[in-house]
Design a protein around this ligand. Sequence first.
Ligand SMILES: [Zn+2]
Length: 433
Amino acid sequence: MGASNTVFESVYTTTAPLTYSRQLSRRDDWLRELGELLDFPTISAMPSHRRDIEAAADWLKNHLAMLGLHHVQVLPGVNGGHPSVYADWLLAPGQPTLLLYGHYDVQPVDPLKDWRTPPFQATRIGQNLFARGASDDKGQLFIHLKAVESYLATVGSLPINVKIWLEGEEEINSPNLPAFLDSEATRLEADAVLVSDTEMLGPGRPTIIYGLRGSLAFELEVGGPRHDLHAGRYGGAVHNPVQALCEIIAGLHDRRGRVAIPEFYARVREVAATERQELRCGSPDDEQIMADLDIPTGWGEEGYSLFERMTIRPALIVNGIGNQDRYSEARIGKAEHAACPRPGTSRNRQAFTTTYRCYKAANSLYEIEDHGWFFSSRDSSPPSYDVSRQACDLPGLGCTASFHTQRRHYPSGCISQKEVRCAGHPAWFWVAR
Ligand SMILES: [Zn+2]
């Protein structure tokens, strides 16, 4: 986005959209609309909700058309997957094009009895709105739509070209995303991508996410004798697979909390002191995190704060272990192996495999997920990042955005990597108050 600064200046010559968005009467209207969207049980993991997904896509299509966007359409899912919703406004010649991404599908809601309010009946309690998807990602994508509305309803145009793409299968790891991006490459071409599916550091603290940790996940199965053996008779003479698995897990970290897999950190970028300082601003300190989690002490890699361990450092996490009720088998449900912040995933995958193949007992290793990841250096961050921060410093908005990395990962991470023809750097930022 070479023209970003000029664009920035031209964008904010009017405060009319901001005033429009803050009219008190509008608040109720928008909450009602958001409530309608939240009430669709768009659980992408359950085929029984297919109709709800389609109904929500239709609702979004109508809503985008009502806002005055063009080329509004529901794009059928690739390979029988769930549909996407697309719209654009491309009447700003010579200006950059921004692709807004969001997803309207949600996670399942089991166990239902643990919900204090009905998951698909948006409920306001005080200043909060409760519903499945309210904060992931229907609420966030809605903010972008309302920003577009605020411009079109007041100025009558947008200062830049905008494309909107709302996905319907993010929560099932976007299995058809690569194929979809292949077939829609031209339609989704943009100078920058703005992903709504991120988090803020807190209320009134706009956060520009410029890095994701990403993840690799493995399932490791350890086998033993061909059939179950009586512990009283053979115990002590045969290496129990459960014990072997525990030994493998115990060997994953050293006593200083560092991952003990050779080469694990070999290609991890050390974040510069100035960047760490910037990231520290506004992030919770160790005491806050321990208080929030109600734990007496933290754990992990020495030399980094707890928040840094969760964001800028790679981690290896065991998500589950079981023996399937059989003596002769044991498995780690999911050893999550987040790799950041440099392209090191395939290399680390190899290191992981090599290391644990050495255990005679480890007879199978399944890789089950490999999510996209991205980590940009602030040293070389593109102008779009700074423009987004400046937007938050505007008079009237009254807040300053923080740059941050995000501990989470999600398939949309790969939007930026190569599939979308994005001329500039991608950005995950979310600049609502
Ligand atoms: Zn999400």
